[in-house]
Design a protein around this ligand. Sequence first.
Ligand code: DP6
Length: 319
Amino acid sequence: MTESTGQTAIAHTNIALIKYWGKADPALNLPTTSSLSLTLNEYFTKTRVEEAAEDTLLINDLPQDSQRVHDFLNVLREEKGDFSPVKVISENKVPLSAGLASSASSFAALTAAVAKYNGWDLSLEELSRLARRGSGSATRSFFPGFAIWEKGSNDHDSFAHEFNVPDLPIALVVCKISGTIKKVSSSDGMRRAQTSPDYDQWVAESAKQLDEMKQALSQSDLDRVGQLAEANALAMHDLNLTATDRRFTYFNQNTMKVFEQVKVLREKGYLAYATMDAGPNVKIITNQEQAPAIKDFLAERFRKIQFDIATPGPGISYE
Ligand code: DP6
């Protein structure tokens, strides 16, 4: 196979500060709320597509079940025109133990690689719209820094865009707590969370929090950014606990203990707020100056947990 028959794209993962947690239309992957994220420099997926006899998927050199990718490639074929089967070769630099959605960077990189491979000349917004059908959080991984996925109301107007803010020295301390509880996938978790009697209230509250978050970011008010992100995440996790269909939680004992220490850090005068996604791993929002001290403080108290520092990352790129 020669170089010219393939195309490679790199997408960085993102952490939502205002979460996507529910689908208005599961088939089209339309969300119930708009969401806002930060793209991260340290974690990314590099994906190459090459001509092949059938659609196949290789992640970090290991063959994988390719059904979800195959279904997504068929969505792209229907939307943008048919193309021959491809081999998808992915290098994932998103540690699973970090509890960051690798589906975000994976589907963003795949969408971009396939588009370039087929010579489709698409805007970032159109790539984002297409990637939504693979995974919702992927909509936000095309853009550097902050991005907003506008929920829209149909297949055409639900995609993300960059949200420009003045230079903000935000950083995350990522706590790699190993997952000991049974995994509930994002899609299943959302389906169950949407049965909570508090769900509609959460949707309404989330819209207000998004407006406030945009304001806080525009004013470089990192303390307010952290407060809002923590409140938004905790409210999302409350929905899981109050679901009428098989309530559940992503929290484990270490998660709780880290949350407690985040409060202690705040009492000591640090800028520290916690957020978490569909797993037990906590990410602490802080600034770049304080991140190393927070990491050391936690590393001393949790000898078995590994900590990373993550900073704002770039948008999509190609090789
Ligand atoms: C908690 O994007 O993984 O990380 O669209 O079903 O693939 P699907 O879900 P996914 O959900 C991410 C949920 C979250 C919050 C967020 O990233 O906004």
